[in-house]
Design a protein around this ligand. Structure first.
Ligand SMILES: Nc1nc2c(ncn2[C@@H]2O[C@H](COP(=O)(O)OP(=O)(O)O)[C@@H](O)[C@H]2O)c(=O)[nH]1
Ligand SMILES: [Mg+2]
Length: 338
């Protein structure tokens, strides 16, 4: 049975209750799945915005600016920082205390850093579930800050409705970043630190890569296609806007907010948002099954004991992980037949 008092406090957006529910989820404490199941009907109202990009690009600064702008527009905002280098800690900011102070004192804002290790179900799953808690608590916007460098981070970026990719002129690996698959997941590009040299060139490079620049608009279509009147008229590549900001000064933030709102409205109107949410739900359910299966195997069967028995043989080179795995699986199947 889910804790009904905790549920009521969550609904009332009680900060201590939110923090407690999140800890429960993060640590997989008893009852966390019952809690998530109980809040699920209230989930789906919040707009989830992923902010990703290389370290130091200004993601936290932009997040803070967006949060302020949404607050000014009367929206409540939750921030989930999956980037371990981000200076948020339970509502206060470590590195640069002054920056987030106005937000930390505001009950319409909730800030949480994710523990990036030790979650049984994987970081992406746990992050989704933490977002559910915040969603059920009634926050209008959830900003998820992630570092966009590796594949696992990209998985995390995919948990949002909409993903903003933040880049900076001096990231020498700019084009590398563009090629590494981050490009496809972004709905919006931001060149931050536009006060630094090279910002225009960076923006230009992104637009070329995206095919927004003239002459490149149909870059993904073979040259002989696209004859006028042909049934196989080329479909333009998805246009993700490219914006410039100076996050540290708040410049371009209003435009970014506007662009986020209109992209959100566009993917909602086209049915893309519903499709993304459906995909997420399917992925989620599989992950929950995987997690439960893992938990069952290692905690409730003889698998772990068998594994321990074979460890010396494994280390001594007398058997292989594959033989041991096969043995464990056979044993599990035997068990299920009795
Ligand atoms: N010059 C300049 N510095 C910025 C700008 N935005 C952020 N910064 C600085 O860049 C550094 C990294 O910012 P942060 O938001 O922590 O980056 P993150 O790692 O992507 O979250 C901080 O010292 C910021 O003050 C900007 O537009 N221009
Ligand atoms: Mg950060």
């Amino acid at each position: 049975m889910p804790n009904t008092r905790l549920l009521a406090q969550l609904e009332a957006r009680h900060p201590a209750a939110i923090a407690r529910a999140i800890s429960m989820v993060e640590n997989g404490r008893p009852g966390f799945e019952a809690l998530l199941s109980a809040i699920f009907p209230a989930v789906g109202r919040a707009g989830r915005i992923g902010i990703t990009g290389p370290p130091g690009a200004g993601k936290s600064t932009l997040t803070e600016q967006l949060a302020k702008a949404w607050r000014a527009a009367g929206q409540t905002v939750a921030v989930v920082a999956v980037d371990p280098t981000s200076p948020y800690t339970g509502g206060a900011l470590l590195g640069d205390r002054i920056r987030m102070e106005s937000l930390a004192l505001d009950s319409g804002v909730f800030i949480r850093s994710m523990a990036t290790r030790g979650s049984l179900g994987g970081l992406a799953t746990t992050t989704r579930e933490v977002c559910d808690v915040l969603d059920a608590a009634g926050f209008d916007r959830i900003i998820i800050e992630t570092v966009g460098v590796g594949q696992s981070e990209l998985d995390v970026a995919r948990i949002a409705d909409l993903t903003v990719l933040v880049m900076v002129p001096e990231s020498g690996d700019g084009i590398q970043t563009l090629k590494s698959g981050v490009m496809e997941i972004a709905d919006l590009f931001v060149v931050n630190k536009a006060d630094r040299p090279g910002a225009d060139r960076m923006r230009h490079e992104i637009e070329v890569a995206l095919g927004i620049r003239a002459g490149n608009a149909f870059r993904n279509v073979p040259a002989h296609h696209g004859i006028k009147g042909s049934a196989k008229a080329p479909i333009p590549v998805k246009t993700a806007p490219v914006l410039a900001t100076i996050a540290a000064k708040g410049e371009g933030v209003a435009e970014l907010l506007q662009a986020i709102e209109s992209q959100h409205a566009a993917i909602q109107a086209s049915g893309e948002l519903a499709a993304r949410r459906r995909r997420r739900l399917a992925e989620r359910t599989r992950e929950v099954v995987d997690r439960a299966a893992r938990r069952w195997v290692w905690r409730e069967t003889r698998a772990d004991a068998l594994f321990e028995e074979r460890l010396d043989q494994l280390a001594g080179g007398l058997t292989t992980p594959y033989i041991v795995a096969q043995e464990i699986l056979e044993d599990l199947k035997e068990g299920s037949r009795t």
